[in-house]
Write a protein that binds this ligand. Structure first.
Ligand code: KIV
Length: 283
């Protein structure tokens, strides 16, 4: 059965955890879908893990459309959520509807994600237009400078209460799920109990209705820093490095390419050897 927005609510009701992963390209999207994830988030984290930026702020609509199209092509039948990049939804509702709709109309996404709890009216407008919306509260990376860095949120009683209220407003406006990023587990649990739509946590503890992880963190396809909330299940970068060093050594030692890697057929090779042996210029 294909996943729809209804699946999110049904899973919450049945207390079945929802597993979401990011992907940015067709091959990894195919892998995530084959593994059985409930949904794929084409996160604007692409700007950092794929594009090498320090923040998600430089990510453009064109880049996100490219990544979303690639993911949709690679994972046919998957439920794909496109992350709306910075300034694609903050400059007026008409522009936001147009940009969000473009992800569905031109890239084949099934939903969009927007950060922040400041504009539930925008969520209501998008949902009324037929565009499912995933909310995103807590550490919202597009506000990294306003937040004073990538730091945990809702750590005081006042901030926690404000977060619960924002989540309620987003859920009432029609979000089919809300990402809670880097907030204390107890706060995430309060939000999860307070709202009808599922919460999808990242650094928000096990009490959320589901979890989302950045695929590169999980596969070990990254260098250096691993966020505390992430868990590495594989070592793609390290394994890749071993393979690449072996390739370079093989090229230098003539171990690669071998005869089995040549495109000549055996017959062509025999012919070449024969011609060379009757070449009159050969002494
Ligand atoms: O961009 C992203 O990958 C995200 C997730 C971390 C939730 O927003």
């Amino acid at each position: 059965m294909p996943v729809t927005v209804n699946t999110f609510f049904e899973k919450k009701k049945r207390r079945e955890k929802i597993a979401v992963l990011t992907a940015y390209d067709a091959l990894v999207a195919a892998m995530v879908h084959a593994a059985g994830a409930d949904a794929i988030l084409v996160g604007d984290s692409a700007g950092m893990v794929f594009g090498g930026h320090d923040t998600t702020l430089p990510v453009t609509m064109d880049e996100m459309l490219y990544h979303t199209r690639s993911v949709v092509r690679g994972a046919r039948g998957a439920f794909v959520i496109a992350d709306m990049p910075f300034l694609s939804y903050q400059c007026g509702h008409d522009e936001a509807v147009h940009n969000a709709g473009t992800f569905l109309k031109e890239a084949g996404a099934h939903a969009v994600k927007i950060e922040g709890g400041h504009d539930p009216a925008l969520v209501a407008r998008l949902v009324a237009t037929g565009i499912p919306v995933m909310g995103h509260l807590g550490l919202t990376p597009q506000s990294v400078h306003a937040l004073g860095g990538f730091r945990a949120q809702a750590k005081t009683t006042t901030a926690a209460a404000a977060l619960v209220e924002q989540a309620r407003a987003l859920a009432d406006a029609g979000c089919f799920s809300i990402v809670l990023e880097c907030v204390p587990s107890a706060v995430a649990e309060s939000v999860t109990e307070a709202i009808a739509c599922p919460t999808i946590g990242i650094g928000a503890g096990a009490g959320c209705d589901g979890q989302v992880s950045v695929i590169n963190d999980l596969l070990g396809l990254s260098t250096g820093y691993l966020p505390k909330h992430a868990k590495r299940y594989a070592h793609f970068y390290d394994d890749g490095l071993i393979a690449l060093r072996q390739y370079i050594a093989d090229v230098r030692s003539l171990a690669f390419p071998g005869p089995e890697n040549e495109v000549d057929t055996t017959q062509q090779r025999a012919q070449k050897t024969k011609s060379a042996s009757v070449d009159p210029s050969t002494p």
